[in-house]
Design a binder for this molecule. Structure first.
Ligand code: ADP
Ligand code: MG
Length: 464
């Protein structure tokens, strides 16, 4: 972390730009990866189209480049424009404040890294989620086998729709991306798109506002395979469900593939339209159960090797014994371990492993929705929920709205756009503004900090 004096050195524009980059990055990487690898980066300055950022050490550069090169490229060009360049500067915390130590300049990025797109739309498939790196285990056997079949023969099996369900962090998203990637591998011109049901809703609301519902619906009806993640978020959204029902029917009738995921089995999706639930049972519902011990060890081994580290059997087993809930946490623990060892230049020994496991297990993540945040915040301030969506500028309402936006940004993976839309169609800069104002208050005012902590606890306790 940099001291306040140091951060004064930083150009304000670079700060703002980097903040924008961060909020985009945050939506695209696991929470712990974000905290470990992206948060420690500080903006340095911006000159013409070049954004210079401080990173703690060389290892950071290598790691980010290896794992998130495309993402960071895309993000920087999105925020700064197509000519953008990014330069990493390594900082050394022990150097005097007045002279930030520039030990090394690395210029890795040009916009040429961007892939050429064979189609006129974005598939939103993450190329890193493949079958090859999806480890088989007892808990995911059926889902994985069905996914394979669908990936090889979309629309041609009786698994239509394929409905994958299970708890948080068990691999649903990974698996349905893998199907999409597989379909594209087999047929480059296949039309495949991935979208979360939340984003689908947001796009639909926008389409209504812009009077483009027809285009919206024909786009999805034109797919060979439509992949919708976390379908449980359609609950309570009647109009979106109606439209989805139509799209579903069109695709299904013409032998095209629908792939869905959810946190619950179709029959347990209380509040979802019955006719959708009955459609879901036309195909195959396959659940994913938490991984057993052997699978956890196998996943850890595979992931650590992909990060370029070899851990002893003893260490792998220790982690697998102590982190049992889900795969996202296993992964989080490895990343944190790597970060702890690289930041403190320490070997990965048993002590570091124990310390890291302790840290990770006291830092559990839960599934939080913007609606839940809104409810908790409004009840705390005794404000009606619709006030947050209106143009109401009463001081208490403005503050509550900012708090709700801030919590939505920190506790969910929703994009700025999604959050803005939840709060009466405000635009993304308003969300960023709320986020920074509350962040500043949290730092300067312990009362606000305590309140935010209490709200966060309450939200996390009420979630999943
Ligand atoms: P969910 O969507 O069920 O909450 P994700 O698909 O996001 O879970 O999985 C969480 C993390 O765990 C992802 O990084 C994913 O790549 C990884 N993961 C999940 N299942 C497996 C598996 N069987 N093998 C390897 N990695 C997995
Ligand atoms: Mg998921």
């Amino acid at each position: 972390m940099l001291t306040t004096a140091e951060s004064v050195l930083f150009d304000k524009d670079a700060k703002t730009l980097w903040k924008e980059c961060l909020s985009l990055i945050k939506n695209n990487v696991p929470f712990i990866t974000y905290n470990t690898w992206f948060l420690p980066i500080k903006p340095f300055e911006v000159e013409n189209n070049t954004l210079k950022i401080y990173v703690p050490n060389n290892f950071f550069i290598e790691w980010i480049e290896e794992h998130y090169n495309t993402l960071i490229n895309r993000t920087v060009t999105q925020v700064l424009g197509p000519e953008a360049k990014l330069v990493y500067v390594i900082y050394d915390e022990k150097e005097p404040v007045e002279e930030p130590a520039i030990k090394q300049l690395v210029v890795p990025i040009t916009s040429s890294v961007q892939e050429t797109k064979p189609r006129d739309f974005e598939t939103y498939l993450n190329p890193r989620h493949t079958f090859e790196n999806f480890i088989k285990g007892e808990g995911n056997q059926l889902a994985r086998a069905a996914a394979f079949a669908v990936g090889d023969n979309p629309g041609q099996t009786s698994f239509n729709p394929l409905f994958v369900y299970g708890g948080v962090g068990l691999g649903k998203t990974h698996l349905i991306h893998a199907i999409g990637n597989r379909i594209l591998e087999q047929g480059k011109n296949k039309r495949v798109v991935y979208i979360s049901s939340d984003a689908f809703t947001v796009e639909f609301v926008e389409a209504i506002q812009n009077d483009t519902v027809n285009e919206f619906s024909s786009f999805y009806k034109s797919m060979d395979a439509l992949i919708i993640d976390d379908i449980q978020f359609l609950i309570g959204k009647e109009k979106t469900q109606d439209l989805f029902f139509q799209i579903f029917n069109t695709l299904h009738q013409s032998g095209r593939q629908v792939i869905l995921s959810s946190d619950k089995a179709p029959k347990d999706l209380k509040g979802l339209n019955e006719r959708l639930i009955s459609r879901f049972s036309w195909g195959l519902s396959a659940d994913i159960q938490p991984p057993d011990f052997e699978t956890r060890v196998a996943i850890l081994k595979n992931k650590s090797e992909s990060y370029g580290i070899i851990l002893s059997r003893e260490i792998l087993e220790y982690i697998a014994q102590n982190i049992t809930s889900n795969i996202r946490e296993l992964e989080g623990c490895l990343i944190k371990l790597l970060a702890n060892s690289s930041l403190n230049s320490k070997e990965i020994d048993f002590e570091l492993v124990k310390k890291t496991v302790r840290e990770v297990s006291t830092n559990k993540q839960v599934n939080v929705s913007i609606d839940l945040i809104t409810t908790v915040v409004c009840s705390h301030f005794s404000i009606e929920e619709n006030k947050l969506r209106e143009k109401n500028r009463r001081k208490e309402v403005v503050f509550a709205r900012q708090v709700a936006m801030y919590l939505s940004k920190t506790l969910t993976k929703s994009s700025l756009k999604t959050i803005g839309l939840h709060f009466g169609g405000r635009d993304h800069s308003t969300v960023i503004h709320s986020q920074t104002s509350i962040e500043q208050l949290v730092q300067s005012d312990t009362k606000v900090k305590d309140m935010i902590d209490a709200l966060r606890n309450k939200i996390e306790m009420s979630a999943s």
